[in-house]
Design a protein around this ligand. Structure first.
Ligand code: SDX
Length: 436
């Protein structure tokens, strides 16, 4: 859908010169209007200044909408809570990419297409052997996904819709295989080939945990939980890693390089790396009696420590994904017969104390998607270092959908922000013999 010119404008006045300008306002479907400043520099000779882009829209998009005050998240208009219960990950991928619910035939065709692209080029498997066994799997993901552009020369022309189609398919299809191989490599276990008779989440858990010496059946409850977690992580508007993919794509870089850039950005502990950081934090806290000590540290401006899994740039209410994740944690523990998980109990107590603390209440800091996901992954036998890998695997469809939308948007051009320069004005180069 396209933006509409609003019926009002903003007047900008330079009080020093008395000049003023009318800035157009654009309206979307729901959510805040935007002030169109595309002509601001040409008209006023001034840039805007917005480090971290807290008030800046980088694009228009039809894909995902977040209402941070209400704690709402919509994928193509469908509430995340509904999709998490009623849909599955591949249907959600279809919705994010094509924009609407698929018919049964459309969904079957899409599933088949993804299923038949899950294998990797055999030569790519030797790429893993260049890494140390104890390499962080996110380092392997960045390397192997970027290396896909060395193997698939038939899908690098981003101006060709057919190339974009096959590259998008390959990225969504191959991420579970690439991710599971990173885990197997760290253990010295043989890679397991994907199976075409398994669903997406089931295939991933099979490639992660099956043993080639005996029959392996994936627990259906864990499959369902994994599939739901993938849905919750699939897209999230213009977050840091999605913006990284968009800006990389705006230069015309190939899709594999763009997604590798997104994976690199997601790795940061302030972003997707938080799920790993939450587990590390909970293990450091250890017992409930130490929670006040860490809450105090999180509030101390002189201490760089932040409560991992808490806070969000957009959500100033509960992250709806955290609620579904908390419910999923309980289902997984029940299925696994885990009646007493000290880390889950610690997390629930930490959440309770934090949400009652005036600092967190005043700053509207709530648990985000990363707060409970690590606890579930750990209960499923997934090592902490793999948590962000799973986030990257799930978010690949969002990155791909946003990348395609950016390329097809006639308003888009290469991303190139400006700056406020505070360095030296021009000065003379002194030969070294004249320097003090
Ligand atoms: C993800 O953008 C997305 O959509 C991301 C994501 C997605 O799906 O793509 O949702 C995934 O990245 C979730 C966030 C995971 N990160 C963490 O859990 C790390 C801990 N959280 C913080 O680092 C922080 O909350 C951020 C990075 C998430 C948000 O930072 P902002 O928007 O820049 O907010 P801020 O740093 O300006 O914080 C506002 C205030 C500050 O205090 P003041 O300077 O106003 O006094 O709140 C404080 C912050 O110090 N604050 C925290 C805090 N988060 C913010 N204080 C203690 N603990 C925290 N976790």
């Amino acid at each position: 859908m396209k933006n509409k010119i609003a019926d009002h404008t903003f007047t900008l006045t330079n009080n020093a010169t008395g000049e003023s300008w009318e800035l157009p306002v654009l309206s979307g479907t729901v959510g805040p209007d935007v002030i169109d400043i595309r002509k601001l520099y040409a008209d006023t000779g001034h840039f805007t200044y917005d480090p971290g882009y807290t008030s800046t829209g980088s694009c228009q998009s039809d894909i995902t909408y977040i209402d941070g005050d209400k704690g709402e998240l919509l994928y193509r208009g469908y509430r995340i809570e509904e999709l998490a219960v009623n849909s599955d990950y591949l249907e959600t991928c279809y919705i994010l990419i094509y924009g609407d619910l698929p018919t049964q035939e459309q969904l079957d065709t899409f599933r088949r297409r993804i299923t038949y692209h899950t294998m990797l080029h055999e030569q790519l498997l030797s790429f893993y052997r260049g890494f140390r066994r104890d390499s962080h799997p996110m380092a392997i993901m960045v390397g192997v996904v970027g290396a896909l552009s060395a193997f698939y020369h038939d899908s690098l022309d981003i101006t060709n819709p057919k190339h974009r189609f096959i590259a998008s398919t390959r990225l969504i299809a191959k991420m579970p295989t690439i991710a599971a191989n990173a885990y197997r490599y760290s253990l010295g276990m043989p890679f397991v080939y994907p199976r075409n008779d398994l669903t997406y989440a089931e295939n991933f858990l099979y490639m992660m945990f099956s043993n080639p010496c005996e029959e392996y059946k994936v627990n259906p409850v864990l499959t369902r939980a994994m599939d739901r977690i993938l849905i919750l992580h699939a897209d999230h508007e213009q977050n840091a890693s999605t913006s990284t993919v968009r800006i990389a794509g705006s230069s015309g870089a190939n899709p594999f390089a763009c997604i590798a850039a997104g994976i690199a950005c997601l790795w940061g502990p302030a972003h997707g790396g938080a799920n790993e950081a939450v587990l590390t934090m909970l293990e450091e806290i250890g017992t409930k009696d130490r929670i006040p000590e860490f809450i105090a540290r999180a509030k101390d401006k002189n201490d760089p420590f932040r409560l991992m899994g808490f806070g969000h740039r957009v959500y100033k209410n509960f992250d709806p994904r955290a609620r579904v994740m908390h419910q999923t944690a309980r289902e997984v523990f029940e299925e696994l017969g885990v009646t007493h998980d000290p880390l889950l109990e610690l997390a629930v107590e930490l959440e309770k104390i934090a949400l009652e603390d005036p600092y967190f209440v005043e700053k509207k800091l709530y648990p985000n998607v990363d707060f409970y996901s690590g606890i579930i992954f750990r209960a499923m036998g997934i090592p902490t270092s793999m948590f962000t890998v799973l986030f990257a695997m799930a978010r690949t469809v969002g990155w791909v959908a946003q990348w395609n939308e950016m390329i097809e948007d006639p308003q888009q051009k290469i991303g190139r922000p400006r700056q406020l320069y505070t360095g030296h004005p021009e000065r003379i180069y002194e030969p070294i013999e004249n320097r003090g």
